[in-house]
Design a protein around this ligand. Sequence first.
Ligand SMILES: [Zn+2]
Length: 75
Amino acid sequence: MNADSFLPLVKAGRGSTAMHGDHGRIAHAVIGGPGGTAKALCGTRPGMAASWSAVIAPAVTCIKCIRMMAAIADK
Ligand SMILES: [Zn+2]
């Protein structure tokens, strides 16, 4: 696995249940393409009826995802 495999994506969709309170603001490191529902590196998901944004963010801003990527890069 390679850190370059991840895309910085934010949670998309209106009416989010906001379980994690980071709707649309934090960019997580996600394997796979925009618009999907794959789990981020830190373990969060967009939500039951939501998906990742179709827009790729400039950079990952989730501190947990950043730490996970750093751990992968160290190997
Ligand atoms: Zn994250």
